[in-house]
Design a protein around this ligand. Structure first.
Ligand SMILES: [Zn+2]
Ligand SMILES: [Zn+2]
Length: 437
């Protein structure tokens, strides 16, 4: 491969230099080496083979990012300190704050679920926003330095675990579940949380990691002799998952990124074994999650447990068909569908020559995207346990399925992350170098 670059003519030397100056990327989804075109604000570069968005450029990334992040942070703090929702049955009731949704779970015997809920809806968003603001404020003045690089890597890793949007849907489901039984008082924190969620989504969209890394550490030239349009692994190179830069790897396919220091692998080690092992664990958790009660409702001293599927039937009987469908899809269909799809992808990845990689890649993206939405039911339990407290008239406590269910969602999210989608695009699977590269 190096032969391509050894010609002595001044013309090809110049071409080689130009090629090394081009900003090359190995697509994180399919491993194809591509050159990024110069991008203006509001433009983006997609991988020509699998369609993955490689870079999305924004107008005024620092100012816009800071404006959204500061708004999101202010509204999150308001949502945490102001009254969230009030619940009242015949004059007896209770008003909760946002963090009560976690602390009530801890008080009624589900501390692990409480930790997961608080992490997803309050703690990780706070860490993310504070990190985002510090980073962008520093970048506006003097970029570079160990702390900035650490912050950039940290916020990229935290992003997928933030569940503010899922929590908001769970909130709507919970409110419609109890709307008929009691008087509900929507407090200012509810509206603050809605604004926070929108501003947070805009903050996450405004994050341009490619631009950030360029500001922080420049763009080291690409390794010499790299071929566009071919897989990076076949050339003993790989793209960095944190900053995107192409790096040369050792004989075992490992190395460290020259720009950000992140460990890089041509393929995630033992990706398929890890994914399958985690899937088995998630499958085992799925059984208690769906057969044991997810919560116990006590009314006038009589306690009754309800399973997830029981909750779906309650909504159906009450005529809330859209909510029944949301719960059934998010809690029953999505987890099982996700596990089957991942198992199928693992089986497929052993035979990349037999598959249509595009279909596999699309399937993987869907699985990766929908996984976190299964947390809806766990959040519904968290909200109801905190909110429904009317002395002896009515109260709700978490059941054992809540922990099994939350564990299953987290484990299957990790299983999807451990699956290396580049395995679906191995070289056995054709795709010659295309002329327009
Ligand atoms: Zn690609
Ligand atoms: Zn890197």
């Amino acid at each position: 491969m190096a032969g391509v670059m050894t010609s002595r003519s001044p013309d090809t030397d110049g071409a080689a230099k130009r090629s090394r100056r081009r900003r090359l990327r190995a697509c994180p989804d399919c491993d194809r080496v591509v050159a990024l075109p110069p991008l203006r604000p509001r433009e983006r570069a997609d991988c020509p083979r699998c369609g993955h968005v490689l870079v999305r450029r924004h107008r005024l990334p620092v100012q816009r990012g800071l404006a959204y992040a500061v708004t999101a942070l202010l509204f999150l703090i308001m949502a945490m300190v102001l009254p969230f929702i009030g619940f009242d049955v015949r004059g007896i009731g209770n008003t909760i704050t946002l963090t009560d949704t976690g602390s009530a779970l801890a008080r009624y015997g589900a501390p692990l679920v409480a930790a997961m809920v608080l992490l997803g809806i309050v703690i990780l968003p706070l860490v993310y926003l504070v990190g985002f603001i510090i980073l962008h404020a520093r970048i506006a003045r003097s970029p570079g330095g160990h702390w900035d690089e650490l912050l950039t890597r940290a916020i990229s890793h935290i992003g997928p675990w933030i569940m503010a949007d899922v929590f908001l849907v769970a909130l709507l489901v919970s409110l419609s579940k109890i709307a008929g039984m009691a008087t509900l008082d929507i407090g200012p924190a509810f509206w603050a949380y809605c604004v926070f969620m929108l501003a947070l989504v805009k903050t996450q969209l405004a994050l341009d990691t490619d631009w950030l890394w360029f500001r922080l550490a420049g763009e080291p030239p690409a390794p010499a002799g790299i071929l566009l349009g071919a897989n990076a692994r076949g050339q003993d190179m790989t793209g960095c998952h944190a900053c995107g830069l192409i790096n040369r790897v050792d004989a075992a396919g490992r190395g460290h990124c020259r720009r950000c220091g992140e460990r890089v692998h041509t393929r995630l080690p033992t990706s398929l074994q890890n994914t399958l092992a985690l899937l088995v664990l998630a499958g085992l958790l799925y059984i208690p999650a769906n057969t044991l009660p997810i919560m116990h409702t006590t009314r006038f001293g009589a306690e009754q447990g309800s399973t997830i599927i029981g909750g779906v039937f309650d909504f159906l009987q009450g005529g809330d068909i859209p909510i029944a469908i949301v719960i059934f899809v998010a809690s029953v269909l999505v987890p099982i569908g996700k596990m089957l799809a991942l198992a199928w992808l693992c089986w497929w990845a052993h035979r990349p020559e037999q598959i249509d990689s595009r279909v596999g890649a699309r399937m993987y993206r869907i699985v990766d995207f929908i996984g976190r939405w299964s947390m809806i039911d766990v959040f519904v339990v968290a909200i109801l346990v905190a909110l429904v407290r009317a002395e002896s008239l009515m109260s709700i406590t978490p059941g054992p399925a809540a922990l099994a269910f939350a564990g299953m969602v987290i484990v299957s999210m990790i299983a999807a992350m451990r699956f290396d989608s580049r395995l679906l695009w191995e070289p056995a699977h054709r795709e010659p170098r295309s002329a327009h590269d």
